[in-house]
Design a protein around this ligand. Structure first.
Ligand code: CUK
Ligand code: CUA
Length: 637
């Protein structure tokens, strides 16, 4: 067995180092048993689940590591014809917002739920950057369970980062906006435009989210954030890049100042102020969508108000930490002592010390204030600077062995450095223009420092060319030794920003394999073929249909007229793992359904023309799958 593996590894190593001048340097980087390190034999499981943001496709994808195999795409903010998400009547409400259904978004960051600063494998949170929303995905079903829209926000980028016990999911505004929907001149930015930091309470048993309070900050464009941990448990840190408060030509005007700020928020104190009635309740509309597992139905409610906390009324709650040149990433090391800001235009990486921050706050020796919020002195709170790390530092992850890894967007490399003495220890190229990095648990108290993944913005020549549009790319590095080693390249679904990964055993055995049909609470369930029926009510026709290998019942439906609203409620009667049935009907803009065993899902169809419309199962479910079909007769009115 071992010999075969070694042979395979050797063969693969030869294959990648095939003589080609252009490939030489890259090939050199993958020698040393790389193939055996990523080889997961057929039938074997990967060591880690890796959740990756889908960027502008609005979804989340799941890969196995170290193989890089794509396991699943979880639709979150975007409709997904493959399994009917956003097309079935049961899931449409998940995409509700105050602007009606927004069936798309720009998904950047993911965070796995934590207990005591360690991953607990319960939920995965995802942000929507465009129409501000935060989603919760249930890791027993890999389904989106909840989506909460956020008022007083735009460009919900600094999100969904969580506190150590998942007390809160936190979201910061990238695009400062006037609160409410005021019609104000854009030139009144300084006065009217604000950044908010939203604290969403997470129910510890159900995961249910509710907006607890929003801290109103000056318009300054919050970019990223992370919670403190251990000693810094009570604090949250946000980077900002527009303390110039520019509102035109940001490229130039938001890059003028030598330093922007990292905003330090004491969320424990904020919580107390909120409880003590220091906030102001104001009207605010936002959608709150939940998927009820029992009823197998998404419902959407409009929330009506929000609680705003103004730092002016809440002393010692917010401080500003000067940070060189438009910081992007804002990352806290596993001990909770070091805060790494990544000024993307800076030629160094500043590392702040939490204990020094505490001392400086005590002394109250401030540099001044930013619209009433005290500014700490850079030198007072600095642990030190990593000198000449590379160009364009963006994001930092940690291995739990005292090392940090920072992505360098401009010089396309990962740089490993020591938290203690801030010395650069190693650097490896990325192909190309790396954004986020991800180490399993790399932003928790207990990183698993075996692998690092770089998520790259530009692919260029890495794969067979596919016309002008290329897939984005991830690269896997072995970081278990002193030197980082590139061991795998693989394309991703959509643009990967942040990712998360956890040991497979944390969630593998909790997976729901199918739904118990006796507990099916869908209002349109059909319990057995003898209960199928077609019910007309005005121009609404309800078809109570069943699916089991290999027939749909009823399979001949007549008495339907042009313009009727036909609802196919399809119950999958199977009680076995991995036997879904699909359902589609000709000429239907509502895509299709994919119905899991024991589930009932509804597809709406409004025939516009008379004729015979075939319907069929779309998922190859048995040798007689092709026969799993029927006809709907649509007659003229
Ligand atoms: S961002 Cu994408 S590379 Cu939206 Cu977290 Cu930095
Ligand atoms: Cu059921 Cu194919």
């Amino acid at each position: 067995m071992k010999n075969i593996r070694l042979l395979l590894a050797a063969a693969a190593a030869v294959a990648v180092s095939m003589p080609s001048c252009k490939m030489k340097s890259t090939a050199a980087a993958v020698e040393g048993g790389a193939a055996s390190k990523v080889y997961v034999a057929p039938g074997k499981y990967d060591e880690f689940y890796n959740f990756v943001s889908g960027g502008f496709n609005g979804q989340v994808s799941v890969y196995g590591l170290p193989s890089g195999r794509l396991l699943k795409i979880i639709p979150v903010f975007s409709v997904f014809p493959e399994n009917g998400y956003g097309y079935s009547e049961e899931t449409k409400a998940m995409l509700n917002t105050t602007q009606g259904q927004v069936p798309w978004d720009d998904q950047h960051h993911l965070e796995l739920s934590q207990t005591n600063g360690e991953q607990d494998g319960r939920w995965l949170f995802a942000n929507a950057n465009n129409t501000p929303r935060v989603a919760r995905i249930d890791l027993k079903t890999f389904k989106t369970a909840e989506i909460l829209q956020l008022p007083n926000s735009a460009g919900n980028h600094s999100s969904p980062f969580i506190t150590e016990n998942t007390e809160y999911v936190v979201a910061g505004t990238r695009f400062s906006v006037p609160l409410g929907a005021e019609d104000v001149p854009i030139s009144s930015f300084k006065k009217n435009f604000k950044s908010t930091a939203s604290f969403i309470k997470v129910d510890s048993s159900t995961g249910h989210m509710s907006l607890a309070f929003q801290i109103v900050l000056p318009g300054m464009n919050l970019d990223l954030s992370h919670a403190g941990k251990g000693p810094s448990h009570d604090w949250f840190f946000f980077s900002s890049y527009n303390t110039e408060q520019a509102y035109t030509l940001l490229e130039v005007n938001a890059s003028q100042k030598d330093k922007d700020y990292i905003v330090a928020v004491n969320w424990k104190k904020a919580e107390e102020y909120a409880k003590a009635g220091k906030g102001k309740k104001v009207p605010a509309e936002y959608a709150h969508n939940t998927f009820d597992e029992q009823k197998q139905l998404a419902t959407s409610v409009m929330e009506k108000e929000t609680l705003l906390l103004d730092p002016k009324d809440c002393p010692d709650m917010v401080y500003m930490i000067p940070c060189p040149k438009s910081p992007h990433g804002c990352d806290i090391d596993p001990t909770g002592e070091y805060i790494v800001g990544s000024g993307k235009l800076a030629a160094l990486i500043p590392v702040f010390s939490f204990s020094k921050i505490m001392d400086a706050m005590q002394k109250k020796d401030f540099e001044g204030d930013f619209q009433g919020i005290p500014i700490l002195k850079y030198q007072d709170v600095l642990h030190g600077e990593v000198q000449k790390p590379g160009l364009g530092p963006l994001h930092t992850e940690f291995d739990g062995r005292g090392n940090a890894y920072t992505s360098m967007f401009l010089s396309s490399e990962v740089v490993k450095w020591s938290l203690k003495d801030l010395k650069v220890l190693d650097r490896v190229p990325t192909y190309y223009s790396v954004g986020h990095l991800m180490i399993p648990g790399g932003d928790t108290k207990k990183p698993n420092g075996k692998y690092l993944v770089a998520y790259n913005k530009i692919t260029k020549d890495r794969y067979l060319p596919t016309g002008p549009e290329l897939a984005q790319s991830a690269q896997l590095y072995d970081i278990s030794g002193d030197k980082m080693q590139l061991i795998l390249d693989y394309p991703t679904v959509g643009e990967p920003h942040y990712g998360q990964a956890c040991p497979a055993e944390l969630i593998r055995d909790k997976q729901v394999k199918f739904y118990d049909i006796t507990k099916n609470g869908n209002q349109y369930v059909t319990m057995g073929e003898k209960n199928v029926k077609v019910v007309r009510n005005g121009n609404r026709v309800d078809v109570y249909m069943t699916a089991i290998r290999s027939h749909l019942v009823p399979d001949n439906i007549e008495g339907v007229y042009v313009g009727d609203n036909v609802y196919f409620h399809v119950t999958n009667l199977e009680q076995d793992w991995d036997i879904p049935h699909g359902f589609a009907i000709k000429n239907n803009p509502n895509a299709e359904l994919l119905i899991m065993p024991g589930e009932t899902v509804t597809l709406k169809y409004t025939p516009l023309k008379q004729g015979i419309q075939p319907f069929y199962c779309t998922d190859f479910c048995s040798a007689l799958h092709q026969e799993m079909s029927g006809y709907l007769r649509v007659s003229p009115k």
